[in-house]
Design a protein around this ligand. Sequence first.
Ligand code: EPZ
Length: 422
Amino acid sequence: MDKIVIQGARRLKGEVEISGAKNATLPIMAAALLTDEVSRIEGVPRLRDVQTMIRLLRVLGAKVDFSNGALEIKPSRTLKTVAPYHLVSTMRASFCVLGPLLARLGRADISLPGGCVIGARPIDLHLKGLASLGASITIEHGFVKARANRGLKGEDIYLGGKFGSSVLATANVLMAATLAKGVTYIENAACEPELVDLADFLVKMGAKIQGQGSHLIEIRGVQKLHGAKHRVITDRIEAGTFMVAGAMQKSNDITIRNCNPEHNHALLDKLQEAGIRVRRTKSTVRISRHGKLEPVDVTTLPYPGFPTDLQAQLMALASVTPGISVITEKIYPDRFMHVSELNRMGANIFLEGSSAIVHGKSRLSGAPVMASDLRASAALVLAGLAAEDKTEVHRVYHLDRGYENIEEKLLKLGADIKRERE
Ligand code: EPZ
């Protein structure tokens, strides 16, 4: 296993290029199963989660080629319909093959995704939505078994859960509905940009979809979809992580290229409130920090609210912002594994229910820390960049699930960072 070693308190300056969005790529790869024709997906990041999805598509009977950032996917006419435990359990997004397999082949046996370190992650909304389209669903021996022998039928579906809309449940139902008979309405649909990108890809495949990006999506079922070519959007969470990196220390000045500032509105607003200078064009954001920062209060919410996937990174920033910041997690109330690790670096954070009360300081001190999940790992790297002396982030395989070449990108910005074998 690798670790990342950082000598902190180096000024960051220069430009960084953002990669394609992981959370757009994964459901789009699943959507390619809705046809037996070839699809080409460009701008794909080289990440562990993408490799896992490639393995799953191959197990299901698709030919997949991945070179120069482009995926070519050619599903066979008679796909296999069983998604095994050893793949689905390592990555929840693989549960997204359920909708396409059910819609195209009338059956799917998908392993339950299982527990997750960021808290409970139920699948009731996925199942509710697909059952509304006429699938019969049972759970047996750790597998979701879905059947639709006579095909799926369009329906008016309310897809809201305890914590609001669900990104991947909306994706699963949206994909299934493209081949259902009649019209489907998804109410309380998720509006995340990655879902809009999925819908755009489906439209290129011949699907009839309206309302993507709003809470009401209309899907008119068609008999067949065809292969399509698509370039995925850039990764707003990676972009947001670099925006926070730029804010972590006085006199940092970095330009984030190949991003869509619109997708990071909530974060940029908070950074400006904290006192960061933000200059944006259509596809770049320049972040510079001069004076002192002010603490900020943040609550995570579905898009366009502040994303849960940037909560840990913002907490790293709050830890080095003198004053009290309150960070409330409304999507995954237990997503706070980074708190104890940030405290090891000298932060002063305590939890009160689903809120973290952060007593910010002017400096953290480097320490050995343990990454627990993808975004927590990113937060520890950010903390290490701003801390005095050496920080070692262990178990960095989490980071490789979602950040393409993160050390190279940070090195180019002037960080003192390297990867070592444990
Ligand atoms: C997606 O997960 C992302 N994953 C997550 O990214 C992200 O944190 C999350 O959306 C929220 O934005 C991918 O896109 C691959 P949800 P998803 O269903 O779709 C509850 C990362 O670091 N819920 O929108 O699985 C759920 O418990 C990650 O890249 C139900 O109650 O999340 C949560 O409270 C990790 N029943 C809320 O909805 C369900 O059936 C939103 O979760 C499904 C979800």
